[in-house]
Write a protein of this length. Sequence first.
Length: 154
Amino acid sequence: MFVRKYLVASAATLALVSGVVMAHGDVTPQAVDVTSLKPLGDDMRDSNPYKGDKEAIRVGSSAYNQNCARCHGLEAISGGISPDLRKLNDVCTTLANKKARDACEVEEVDTYFRNTVLGGRVRNGNVYMPPFAGILSQEAIWAIKSYVETRKFE
């Protein structure tokens, strides 16, 4: 009797875990309402124009939870499947020169973030992150980045 209960419980757990793992990659992008944000126009920015903007952070939090959290984790805390976005500036923080560190954090990390969101990540033909070009507006991308910036790794 114990063995049968164990097998049933194991099968149920396996089915649940399999469903969760399969659901990880099956994400339908969600629209992001950016009407409360200052429009940025058609020219894609190289750095985040909404850095520290409270409304952008609010919009970005919602947009992140709808489009990014399944892979990158709730509150940008990765569960190990995808990179922990709180660590985006790690390379920059090791630079001794403050001017170089600040430029790295603003320009290089912002550009990397934007390009990754737009183009996605593919390695050896495997899609690790889908491209969001044509799905997320520039305003939505920078709002998400504004939110992620509030979630720095501690």
